[in-house]
Unconditional design. Structure first.
Length: 402
């Protein structure tokens, strides 16, 4: 196949308040493309980057999907956008129904159709598929509705309470649902009573104690174009959440093979993060979920040598692959203000309140680890000498919200 030379593109990246959006801007802007940003916030993180061509405000895709869609359509027309990159699940749910229409108008939306994205985002269906493939998944009980709580009998504590979908709908409005931890019947009951009916089905899942691992993939036309892996060092909140400090690691062949096969069962095309927890005692990696979009720690992959935004653009524009790019192992990325939040929560809350597993670092150790401001191999995720604006904008927002 003839190699396609990519011309300068007018690109629109949504959700400019997200760190993944900033990483995309810092990838594609210096490559010569004109990268525009939109966000529900007037002053967003990626909008402060020197590499963005413009920054616009649009309605929140979670609270006002129709308004968000109309705002994006307007920007696409006004800025002559050729490539549209939604970042959050809410944005993808709002825009993917328009994927075919947008592409008929010459706008490249390099993500799979809505039905594929929705299927891989359904944790119940995902774990069933993984189980059929012989992958290790946590044992779980599914509650289809609040009434199912009456017959619920938990045999082993603690448990993780997970909605089947991260974003659901309630009377036409979209709501974002969070994962929670429970150490006993009382805590579980309190969590379930607080959930709206739209949150169901709910998974009451075995808690796997051990390091979190991520396998990151780009698959296009059934070809694996990029592979990356990292391990989580610290998270926010401390008991499990988004990573605030993480390290690039060698991708385990078995995990890569299983992850690729899992995504192929869904006819996946695009980028995806396949998340695992490796059991501390047995060493068995358990599948947690798949995020079919750009992830929060995207900058670490780029810093390590796998520029997923550029590679996705090349693949979707028809450029042939020159092989899966290698990357550097041992690179660490620190999200500073997220790490501050981790420490604040850790010092303010007890181990019991946070449902921390046995052997979790004590408060003094957490403080000492935080105070190691820099070690060889460390990179700051947001603060960059050539592009400091986003860090200062994030700092101002952090103080204003406290």
């Amino acid at each position: 196949m003839r190699r396609v030379v990519l011309r300068v593109k007018e690109i629109l990246v949504t959700d400019g308040e997200q760190r993944a959006s900033l990483a995309i801007v810092r990838s594609l802007g210096p490559a010569g493309h004109r990268v525009h940003v939109c966000s529900p916030r007037a002053r967003c993180l990626a909008g402060a980057s020197r590499y963005r061509a413009s920054s616009s405000r649009v309605p929140d895709p979670l609270r006002d999907p129709p308004g968000f869609l109309a705002g994006v359509r307007d920007l696409v027309e006004r800025l002559s956008i050729q490539v549209l990159i939604p970042v959050t699940e809410s944005s993808l749910l709002a825009l993917l129904p328009e994927k075919e229409t947008l592409e008929e108008r010459g706008v490249n939306v390099p993500f799979p159709p809505l039905e594929v994205f929705a299927a891989v985002s359904d944790r119940t269906r995902l774990l069933e598929t993984a189980r059929d493939l012989g992958m290790a998944v946590p044992s779980a009980v599914t509650l289809e509705s609040a009434e199912d709580q009456r017959d619920l009998r938990v045999r082993s504590w603690p448990v993780v309470v997970k909605p089947a979908r991260s974003v659901s709908e309630d009377a036409g409005d979209r709501i974002k649902l969070q994962v929670a931890h429970a150490a006993n019947d009382e805590e579980l009951g309190r969590i379930l009573r607080a959930l709206p009916a739209a949150a169901y089905p709910i998974l009451i899942q075995q808690r796997i104690v051990g390091p979190g691992l991520g396998v990151f993939l780009l698959i296009w036309n059934d070809t694996v174009r990029a592979v990356f892996a990292h391990r989580r060092i610290r998270e926010k909140p401390p008991q499990g959440g988004v990573s605030v400090y993480r390290e690039s690691i060698a991708a385990e062949a078995g995990l890569v093979t299983g992850s690729v096969e899992l995504l192929r069962r869904f006819d996946w095309q695009g980028v995806a993060m396949v998340e695992y927890k490796k059991d501390r005692d047995s060493g068995v990696p358990y599948l947690m979920e798949v995020n079919g979009r750009f992830w929060g720690s995207l900058q670490l992959a780029i810093d390590s040598g796998v520029d997923f935004p550029r590679l996705l653009l090349e693949a979707s524009e028809g450029q042939t692959a020159s092989g899966v790019p290698p990357y550097e192992v041992g690179v660490r990325s620190r999200w500073w203000w997220g790490d501050v939040d981790h420490l604040y929560i850790r010092l303010r809350r007890s181990d019991r309140y946070l449902s921390l597993p046995p052997g979790a670092p004590r408060r003094l150790r957490a403080l000492l680890e935080f105070l190691k401001v820099w070690r060889p191999g460390d990179r700051s995720e947001v603060l960059r000498a050539r592009d400091p604006g986003p860090f200062f904008r994030e700092a101002v927002d952090w103080f204003l919200n406290r």
